[in-house]
Ligand binder design. Sequence first.
Ligand code: PHE
Length: 357
Amino acid sequence: MEDLRQKYLAAIAAAESEAALEEIRVEALGKKGEVALKMRELGKMTPEERKVMGPKLNALKDEINAALAARKEALADAALEERLKAEWLDVTLPARPRPAGTIHPVSQVTEEVTTIFADMGFAVAEGPQIETDWHNFDALNIPPHHPARQEFDTFYMHRDAGDERPPHVLRTHTSPVQIRAMLEHGAPIRIIAPGRVYRSDYDQTHTPMFHQVEGLAIGKDISMANLKWTLEEFCRAFFEVDEVELRFRASHFPFTEPSAEVDLRCSWEGGRLKVGEGDDWMEILGSGMVHPKVLEAAGVDPKEWQGFAFGIGIDRLAMLKYGIPDLRAFFDSDLRWLKHYGFAALDIPTMRGGLSR
Ligand code: PHE
């Protein structure tokens, strides 16, 4: 019996698979197995012999069963261990290679602004960047020789000598889109017009090309109060804060009356901009009630219609919201800058999903 015990325990210890263990089990304990045969021999023994051998055989059977179970578990553990080793994953690796391209902050902010105003019922309008003198100035109540023309640092397109027509200009603001939109659609109207504008100016906060978004809302009884609510609502949504405070400062634009420049309460504590708190004010836009002469030039009867307009600097908004200190870097096409300040291509701003993440 001791031979049997040694033989099977050794075989079990050496077994390398469940199948091998099963073979050993059948060989030892199966119906025709060696231990089973010995059990059968008990019948031929004397009662005294049986009393001794019976418990011994049972103990052997139990021991083999226990050894089989233990070995089976050890094999399963080893297999799991092996699998875990093979399936090991470095969670610090990037999940997927990031696409090389990014969305420029100006594009991102344009999308954000458009999304917010679309939610308030503003359609998007566009106009040409090479604009007629009339759309850019005259129709906006800035006649030739008006001092406001000087303030704009306008780029004029070339005219051949002897060509007396007024030269086209690179539009100095998005306001001419007000004229184009009203000429095309009449009133009532509610549009925004994002786009590029040009002025001959260059320093840390000015580049000769930059971006504005124009807003225009014309109806029967649209007032400054509607303008104020619209701009506050916009700032809350854009800067993603619950409270904003705007300051309307009396100002002058030839195309609005009254006119107001709008400042946003903010703090620059620790070099970081916080909107809605602090003791600083940051100018973010020009606005006012559309001048009757502008409505007239655009074919809208000022006795019947009135409304507000505003012009916001998009690049300025991007600098404020994303803490970008130098405007000139926006247009350097430096790949390191674009990687740092750019946005993932699939993070499209939505009112529900969030504007920026
Ligand atoms: N067009 C003005 C500018 O570029 C901004 C503005 C737009 C002001 C609409 C009032 C109304 O400075």
